[in-house]
Design a protein around this ligand. Structure first.
Ligand SMILES: Nc1ncnc2c1ncn2[C@@H]1O[C@H](COP(=O)(O)OP(=O)(O)OP(=O)(O)O)[C@@H](O)[C@H]1O
Ligand SMILES: [Mg+2]
Length: 270
């Protein structure tokens, strides 16, 4: 009898193949009449930290969901090591994990059980080893004191860190983060940037990060992409992107605050 999908996933997780490349080829996504991602082409190299930036509503989370295989593009394809990301089979070969923008924790489970869920479900380790890994991961993210709380008892920033901690427990070959530093104070935001960089350095994980955080992008990205209204404006190293001549790139990276903007005149008179 052939190996079950569960057994294959378990074997792949325990014998990780971390050389994961992602090819986004002519990807477009629309919802009804609204076109939100238009003809995007990006090749992400194995082990790269690739940061996707852009204004709110630009289509970043939608593009990330296409990479994660949660959404099938209307046109084009995302390939993970040459396999279609929207096919279930691909995810039995390559174990990927997505840290959602809003955390997506199991609300009725304690922080400890949220982290232990994946290794227990896939019977990766003995319970004593799982406990050790969970406590170590919580310690790295300064969450040791929160192990037996449930998500409703945590601050927004703590929930964010639990979501990252849970993703680290998945022993993934590639990892995606949606706004990992939003809602965090500047010190915790830089700690999270360091964790993302360390996770990559330690495991060679291809890491895709959607973020507005320039400090994160300039500090840890190998390359940065800027998306504007669903279109790719630029892809380059953090150093080069800061010098990009496109005014839309500059407006996004270095916005000016104009309190005399005519848009606000109406507010003043009401
Ligand atoms: N499931 C969906 N159905 C309909 N429209 C959607 C859906 N998901 C996203 N959209 C629309 O697609 C556009 C892009 O959304 P997306 O979530 O990718 O933005 P974003 O760049 O991640 O923004 P933010 O920085 O605010 O998270 C938005 O106009 C949004 O309303
Ligand atoms: Mg988003």
């Amino acid at each position: 009898m052939g190996e079950s999908k569960q057994a294959r996933l378990r074997r792949n997780i325990l014998h990780r193949d971390t050389d994961v490349r992602i090819d986004i080829e002519s990807v477009s996504v629309s919802f009804g009449e609204q076109s939100v991602v238009r003809d995007i082409n990006i090749a992400i190299e194995p082990g790269e930290i690739f940061v996707i930036m852009g204004a709110s509503g630009a289509g970043k989370s939608v593009l990330l969901k296409c990479i994660a295989g949660l959404l099938k593009p209307n046109l084009g394809i995302v390939k993970i090591n040459g396999m279609d990301a929207s096919e279930r089979e691909t995810h039995h070969e390559i174990n990927s994990t997505l840290v959602f923008q809003a955390g997506a924790l199991f609300n009725s489970l304690t922080v400890f059980d949220n982290l232990a869920f994946f290794p227990r479900e896939h019977k990766l380790y003995k319970e004593s080893e799982i406990k050790e890994k969970v406590l170590e991961t919580l310690r790295i993210l300064s969450l040791d004191h929160a192990a037996y709380k449930i998500p409703a008892e945590l601050s927004g920033g703590m929930r964010k860190r639990v979501a990252i901690a849970r993703a680290l427990m998945c022993e993934a070959d590639m990892i995606m983060y949606d706004e990992p530093t939003s809602e965090l104070d500047p010190i915790m935001a830089s700690t999270i940037s360091e964790i993302i960089a360390n996770v990559r350095n330690q495991f060679g994980l291809t890491s895709v990060v959607v973020s507005h955080d320039r400090d994160l992008a300039y500090g840890i990205a190998d390359r940065v992409a800027i998306i504007h209204k669903g279109e790719l404006l630029a892809v380059d190293s953090p150093e080069n992107i800061q010098k990009d001549p496109n005014p839309l790139v500059q407006d996004f990276l270095n916005p000016t605050i104009n309190i005399d903007d005519p848009r606000f005149k109406k507010l003043e008179t009401t």
